[in-house]
Write a protein that binds this ligand. Structure first.
Ligand SMILES: Cc1cc2nc3c(=O)[nH]c(=O)nc-3n(C[C@H](O)[C@H](O)[C@H](O)COP(=O)(O)OP(=O)(O)OC[C@H]3O[C@@H](n4cnc5c(N)ncnc54)[C@H](O)[C@@H]3O)c2cc1C
Length: 393
């Protein structure tokens, strides 16, 4: 890669690059815009130029897959839909609660007062699984979902950005090694074909930690060793769908103990989510998302995906006991290599997390949910910390 003759970024109007258009990237851009607009009122300084580079075609691990039933007519299209990444999120801090309020008012975000059960496979094929009531999620400690699908909130955040350009399908190449000088502290980024993406006063990397490790490997990033600290675990997700009017397995459709979310015991499966019972999801064809256990997924992370799909489908059949009439007509499986941050219960309780990694000399920040507890609320926390670090300079 050559250093093209670009001028250093204008320091009065900071140019900020964010690698990754997941929630951490989008929330960081949103909070940066807000912080600089407040600063502008007070000090009449310029607005930042923010660019988000995202290698895929859409926003991060907030993922929705849908499939249209080819039997339905064009004016009565019906979909199966699966939130195959994050299913819901919490907002435990006052700041995050306040941040999401506008979307709660519009109904784009809604609380999910799900009936939650535990479920374990039955001892014999004649019996139904053991289903025990666990709790009902409520509005005191709400779990939120985005409607009509999980990706909607990410898209809404992206649409509301006014000083940020999002470049999809742009994969940033690993940062080259270089030393900032007294007169030029900017970093030039390149895409994977070696084309310059511009010079930036700050570079914020929000890629999952395995990818952050590769991006920063040769750059002499001052906190490189810390990227290795959190252990990431994989997750396989099974997506099941049933035709309109088709009989559902009794274990899902129990009249006696209706449920929306199940925590699974004694199985490679971990949690089951009934998609068509979420708020504002009732137009869907019957759709169920099942996350496999993280330890099981990690142990099978390099296995052939079709083999894993068969194994998980067998486990689901053993648990939910469908017959030929009530077998799902749609089956899909997705592998997440970096799904969850492995945190012990004590550290989780004390919010004892790594935090964002700052290299003041280069003006680089490595961030992402994995610097926190590995959930959506952590994305907000890490975005807040990043903005604080930049604004304090
Ligand atoms: C199976 C699963 C279930 C989950 N369930 C929940 C849940 O119920 N509740 C909850 O709160 N959280 C849950 N989570 C976690 C939640 O999804 C994440 O915390 C959140 O989406 C992470 O956002 P992020 O922006 O930090 O990372 P990501 O969404 O991974 O975004 C990083 C982005 O960086 C991009 N990128 C990487 N390298 C480059 C590069 N070189 N150039 C350009 N772009 C690059 C990637 O394409 C990606 O879009 C779940 C996650 C998974 C996988």
């Amino acid at each position: 890669m050559t250093n093209h003759s670009l001028h250093p970024a204008d320091t009065a109007v900071p140019k900020i690059a964010i690698i990754g258009g997941g929630l951490t990237g989008l929330l960081t851009a949103t909070l940066l815009e807000r912080a600089f607009s407040q600063d502008q009122n007070q000090k009449k300084s310029g607005s930042p130029h923010i660019t988000i580079f995202e290698k895929s075609r859409s926003v991060g691990r907030l993922a929705t897959r849908y499939r249209t039933d080819s039997h339905t007519t064009s004016d009565n299209k019906q979909n199966w839909q699966w939130a195959f990444g994050a299913q819901f999120f919490t907002a435990k801090t006052a700041q995050f609660q306040q941040f999401i309020t506008p979307w709660l008012k519009t109904g784009l975000l809604q609380s999910w007062c799900a009936q939650v059960v535990t479920i374990a496979p039955a001892a014999s094929s004649e019996e139904l699984p053991d289903i025990q009531h666990k709790e009902q999620w409520n509005t005191v400690q709400p779990r939120y979902v985005s409607t009509p699908k999980m990706t909607a909130w990410g898209r809404a955040l992206a649409d509301e950005l006014t000083q940020t350009t999002i470049k999809f399908q742009t994969r940033v190449a690993p940062l080259p090694q270089y030393a900032p000088t007294q007169t030029d502290k900017t970093t030039e980024l390149f895409d994977e074909t070696g084309v310059s993406l511009g010079r930036f006063d700050w570079v914020i990397c929000t890629a999952p930690n395995g990818q952050a490790l590769e991006l920063m490997a040769d750059s002499e990033f001052a906190r490189q060793a810390d990227i290795l600290k959190p252990k990431m675990l994989a997750c396989y997700t099974l997506m099941l769908g049933w035709d309109a009017g088709q009989q559902l397995p009794e274990a899902i459709n129990s009249q006696k103990d209706p449920w929306d979310v199940a925590y699974v015991n004694d199985s490679p499966l971990d949690r089951i989510f009934v998609e068509h019972q979420k708020p504002a999801h009732d137009e869907l064809l019957p759709s169920v998302t099942i996350h496999a256990r993280n330890d099981w997924s990690q142990a099978h992370v390099d296995a052939d995906i079709e083999t894993v799909k068969t194994q998980l489908l067998q486990a689901a059949q053993q648990l939910l006991r469908w017959n030929t009439d009530s077998a799902p007509s749609q089956v899909d499986c997705h592998r997440w290599r970096y799904a969850a941050t492995d945190i012990d219960a004590q550290s989780k309780e004390n919010n004892d997390v790594l935090g964002i990694l700052i290299d003041q000399q280069h003006r680089w920040i490595v961030s992402g949910d994995w610097c926190g507890q590995g959930n959506i609320e952590s994305c907000f926390q890490m975005a807040q910390d990043t903005v604080k670090a930049i604004v304090s300079r």
